[in-house]
Design a protein around this ligand. Sequence first.
Ligand code: ZN
Ligand code: MN
Length: 489
Amino acid sequence: MATTKSMDDVIIGLEIHVQVTPLKTKLFCGCDADYRDSPPNTHLCPVCLGLPGSLPVLNEKAVTHGIMTGLALNCEIPEVCTFYRKNYYYPDMPKNFQISQYDKAGGVTIASSGYLNIKLKNEDRRVGITRIQIEEDPGKLSYPGTIDKSAYTLIDYNRAGICLLEIVTDPDLHSPEEARLFLQKLRAILEHLGIEVTKEGAMRCDANISLRGGTRVEIKNISGFKEVQRALQFEIKRQKQMKKMKRTETKMQTRHWDDERRMTILLRTKEEEHDYRYFPEPDLVRVRVSPEMLEEIKQTMPELPEERMQRFMKDHGLSEYDAGVLTSSKAMADFFENAVKLGSTPKTICNWMINDVLKHLNQENIEINESKITPKLIISLLDLIEKGTISGKIAKKILVTMIDTGKQPEKIVKESGLLRISDRSEIVKFVEKVFQEHPGPVQDALTNEKTIRFLVGQVMKMTKGKADPTITNKIIKEKLDEIRNSKDI
Ligand code: ZN
Ligand code: MN
């Protein structure tokens, strides 16, 4: 596959941890998985606290979700997979080990050897998916202040034992931009699989990054696409500087992304894999995925962004670009489809969404479902344009207010006096004023049709776009006729 030479110097691989949010309970116990609004350390039991004598029981639905994600990422699903213990001494895991999966030493993960294609400036790129593994989430540590200066640490084990999928990519990414595009596409797929990635901490990313020939650095726990891009940009710059100063870092590092100070901080030199002392989890049996079970899951797979995009092109006549933008997030695609159901032509809705709604959302740095706009509101706005109550230009202004406030467009029109002027006698006054102020162009317009447009434009300017253009045009033509006639006499 073609690659850009200069960017090949940068090698990036991602590890994404995603919470399987549709699960009602934790991965190995019956504790309520909906922990977010609860007081710290209230969703606990002997199993997720790792008390002696407690035994884990695998949540069957976790396996289904692992397989679905594997299929969506073009992975192979082995018939048998296993759980392993990843041993490490750190307070976020009460057991001092994490039950995870492992693809070495005889271990097999739920899915492996997949890929995801992304489009980088019209160029198709294939990003390999090394493996997907099911594992438990550690507890949440809070460091008051900053991680390197904090005097103490708070631990909340409510999150410990929540089901995670760890998705590991091959080192196929070569720029921060590419990493962001990959994550965006992955996110849209996960959303279509029913995973609520926007919940706080539901999707977290670690990035491995190195310059060709240099030592790999792992940046831990970056949240948000823009943050990933920023963290990688910072790290590339830092590594290039170190290289220039001929300071070679020989040990693998783990660095923490501080999104407030926008810099990476050295946490520790990285453990080698053998430091984790992986071994098969003795308290869990092997998981067998029968061909029948796999077939059943394949049959129940929901529509994925790629298929949805094709459907938008086929059913609504959208271009590949438009359909691609609309399916880049589930919320956008749902919004579009709901608006289409309510009326107006798909292409018109699409244009308004991409050119105007998205533009404003990007400026505000929010997602469509975080804004106040609804499919119903945008359809009401398009109705007002169609009926001629407001001009397209004014609609753009109303739209911004609608996105910010969620007010009905009619109400915004009334409140702001943006109603279109279609009263003839009122427009006549404006036309007369324009004729007085621009005698030259008026003379010209008598023989040159094109100048009429200039005169209409002046009326529009005077009325801040509120005059009805059709009526204005008609009045101007009539006035010009009058002048012609008076000259004839
Ligand atoms: Zn529990
Ligand atoms: Mn992990």
